[in-house]
Design a protein around this ligand. Structure first.
Ligand SMILES: *Cc1c(COP(=O)(O)O)cnc(C)c1O
Length: 373
């Protein structure tokens, strides 16, 4: 009989920088009284982030959803955008809020990402872009997706909300496509409380993205276009600057935890996970598992509920599928059988740098003890 954890183990726990360092930097704001609008720390963070990610063009935003929204607007997309149903709802909502129809494409079973072989059949004369998601930080089939986009003259915008610090053959994953969106929400592997960024190859977009996030204001006298308010403030930027100093440490801790999970769960029938990809530098942002009832003895929801009895709170990411939620479920859809298969079986286990390896061992023992033998 394994005893339950005395304190709840949640799926994630936000890390914070040293409080004295945060106090020291924010102290400067009490002197300058410059809290937002392209402040000193905003600009410093933007430069440091570019160096860290080894990218040339980057614009900061107040959150990832507005960054994605602005990318869709700046590229003047319309009609239909092909995307994945296996994602956080913000992906589909950013499309819909622009009066564009999200067309859901099925996913691959080995990466949970959009299946490039199923994209072409969904393209119509109304398609303006492909919006894939690097789900759980695992890179999409970028070459194949770009080939399709080139053939049909479509834009490619990546939702890279999970893919901070992921590199493929030494190149940052956010350097592919026409733009990539990063999210720095408190639950992500790197955070600025709330925050986001767009990374893009075409430097001419910088001005446009700036105008979109700042009401279209060029200068005191000229307001050249309609824009919104999506600026990152100085408190967010300070959090970002300080978290940049510790994020690699956080990622290494997560790697150790994930390695431990894998080692322990390799012996548990009915539990599987996504394999690392050889030429990819991963960020171990999440640890999703699939629960196969025929071998494990219980369905995902049953394991999920039984874990709660032990004070372990996993999450059903991503369930329900975007294609099955109220705003989208009555749309005509093609075969999404892989996406439905994964959404019924997937669950992410607790993962954060401070999670001890002995707690990981215990979570795995609990899972093994629940399995019907
Ligand atoms: C978190 C997330 C978003 C939204 O980012 P915010 O910064 O919270 O607005 C979008 N897409 C995916 C896949 C996400 O996980």
């Amino acid at each position: 009989m394994i005893e339950k954890f005395s304190d709840p183990i949640l799926v994630s726990k936000t890390y914070l920088p040293d409080k004295l360092k945060f106090d020291a930097l924010t102290e400067q704001l009490w002197k300058s009284r410059w809290l937002t609008n392209n402040g000193y720390f905003h600009n410093e963070f933007s430069e440091k982030l570019k160096q860290f990610l080894r990218v040339s063009n980057l614009t900061l935003f107040t959150n990832g959803t507005l960054a994605l929204d602005i990318a869709i607007k700046a590229f003047k997309l319309k009609g239909e955008i092909i995307t994945t149903p296996f994602t956080f709802v913000a992906t589909a909502h950013a499309i819909s809020l622009n009066n564009i129809k999200p067309v859901f494409c099925d996913i691959e079973l080995n990466t949970f990402n959009i299946d490039p072989n199923k994209i072409e059949s969904l393209i119509t004369e109304n398609t303006s872009a492909i919006l894939p998601v690097h789900v759980f930080g695992n890179p999409c089939a970028i070459d194949q997706i770009q080939k399709i986009a080139d053939k049909y003259k479509l834009k490619v915008i990546y939702d890279a909300a999970h893919a901070f610090n992921v590199f493929i053959d030494g190149k940052s994953i956010v350097e592919f496509g026409d733009a990539s969106m990063l999210s720095f929400h408190a639950t992500k592997v790197f955070h600025t409380i709330e925050g986001g960024a767009l990374v893009y190859p075409n430097s001419k977009l910088e001005k446009k993205f700036y105008l979109y996030k700042n009401f279209g204001i060029e200068n005191e006298d000229v307001i050249s276009m309609v824009g919104t308010n999506a600026k990152m403030n100085e408190f967010q930027a300070i959090m970002g600057l300080l978290n940049l100093e510790i994020v690699e440490d956080e990622i290494m801790k997560r790697k150790n935890i994930v390695d431990r999970y894998k080692r322990n769960l390799d012996n548990v029938a009915g539990i599987s996970y996504i394999k690392d990809i050889p030429n990819v530098k991963h960020n171990w942002a999440y640890f999703p598992i699939l629960v196969e009832q025929d071998k494990f003895g219980y369905f995902r929801d049953e394991l999920y509920n039984k874990l709660k009895d032990y004070n372990v709170f996993a999450r059903k990411y991503f369930y329900p599928l975007c294609s099955n939620i109220e705003p989208y479920r009555n749309m005509a859809k093609t075969d999404l059988s892989n996406a439905n298969y994964v959404a019924q079986r997937v669950m992410t286990l607790p993962l954060y740098g401070d999670l001890s390896l002995s707690d990981v061992d215990k979570i795995c023992l609990i899972i093994d003890s629940i399995r019907k033998k």
